[in-house]
Write a protein that binds this ligand. Structure first.
Ligand code: GTQ
Length: 344
């Protein structure tokens, strides 16, 4: 194209702006890329400074004032957007002894993964559950939930929500409960007894989110222990178990895939990538994670890492087994027919 023709085109683009029109030929490759181009980058939040900042917030604002005292884990590639990957939200929540984070509900689904401290309780839809390190707890979309603390030390957990997805669909609703804490209608452990033993009450309906809602780490650990001794160990995933909804075999949360991963001592996984993005937090041992061409990054206890979609990942455990909790947007990719993986 000649310079004169290019100038003409530029002038033409200017005439389009007041008409609220845009030329697709300028934008096509960005809108319809040849492969995913996440804005998120692989990033590690080291526990000690992150925890320090969170504890400081405890002396500046109460859980009630904040409604939820959370530091959002914000990906450096998505500054100001409250996202840990292009499609996932993550935050670290602090609750101090005697505090109450009041009851509310929203259309975003949430998970809690407990990292530190004893004595906090989350109530979901009429049932409470006491939180212990390594427990995975679900707040299904549109269920009342409040958090309180009956212990005597700070409690910290990782929140994971499908906020960016719900925002993209413009489907966010929230409501505050008229009471600060909701009425408890069933004894603690009731959900686990009814749904958590490979049994379901006769005629129990299929539900979109797992009714188990609290998965104690002890049980998960038993399975991992046994498999660590006997295998099999997948060359790309190590030993990865996914939390499921017993009413339909789907992921425990319909929009967020949750998993526990054990990489045996001395094991190195082969490169793997999939369209979904992922968040990893180390529970036990030390986990080395390499993304794309980058060298291995070492994750220690409670360190958190973002893994953008469609980036090649390798895991390695050097000294001793490593155990990490992971969550991703894989269920949404699967449900929309968008999930692709590459084991090369
Ligand atoms: O605990 O209900 O990190 O509503 C973000 C939004 C936690 C919660 C978050 C929430 C919550």
């Amino acid at each position: 194209m000649t310079a004169a023709a290019a100038n003409k085109l530029e002038d033409y683009y200017e005439t389009l702006k007041p008409l609220n029109l845009a030329p697709l030929w300028v934008r096509l490759k960005g809108l319809v890329p040849s492969e995913p181009m996440p804005k998120a980058i692989p990033f590690r939040w080291a526990w000690s400074p992150t925890r320090g900042a969170l504890i400081t917030s405890g002396s500046l604002i109460s859980a009630k004032e904040a409604e939820r005292r959370v530091l959002v884990l914000e990906n450096p590639g998505l500054a100001g957007q409250s996202r840990i990957t292009d499609t996932l939200y993550a935050g670290l929540q602090l609750i101090l002894p005697g505090e109450l984070a009041p009851a509310h509900r929203h259309t975003q689904s949430a998970l809690r993964f407990c990292l530190e401290g004893e004595g906090a309780v989350t109530s979901v839809d009429g049932e409470r559950t006491t939180m212990h390190r390594g427990d995975f707890i679900i707040t299904p979309f549109w269920t009342w939930h409040d958090h309180k603390h009956e212990g005597d030390e700070p409690v910290i957990w990782l929140d994971g929500l499908d906020v960016p997805l719900v925002t993209a669909l413009c489907a966010g609703f929230r409501e505050e409960h008229t009471d600060e804490d909701q009425e408890i209608t069933r004894p603690e452990g009731n959900a686990l007894a009814r749904y958590g033993n490979n049994l379901l009450p006769l005629d129990h309906p299929v539900s979109r989110t797992s009714p188990v809602f609290s998965y104690p780490y002890g049980r998960t650990r038993e399975s991992l222990d046994s498999l660590a001794r006997t295998g099999p160990v997948d060359p790309h995933h190590g030993i990865t178990l996914r939390y499921i909804n017993p009413t339909n075999g789907d992921w425990a949360i319909p929009t967020i895939g949750t998993m526990m991963r054990l990489i045996p001592a001395g094991f190195e996984t082969r490169p793997y990538r999939a369209t979904n993005s992922e968040v990893v937090v180390v529970l036990e041992g030390e986990l080395d994670v390499a993304v794309g061409q980058d060298p291995y990054v070492r994750l220690s206890r409670n360190d958190i890492m973002s893994i953008p979609g469609w980036s090649r990942v390798r895991y390695r455990a050097v000294d001793g087994d490593a155990i990490a909790f992971c969550f991703s947007d894989r269920p949404v990719h699967e449900k929309l027919g968008l999930f692709r993986e590459d084991r090369g």
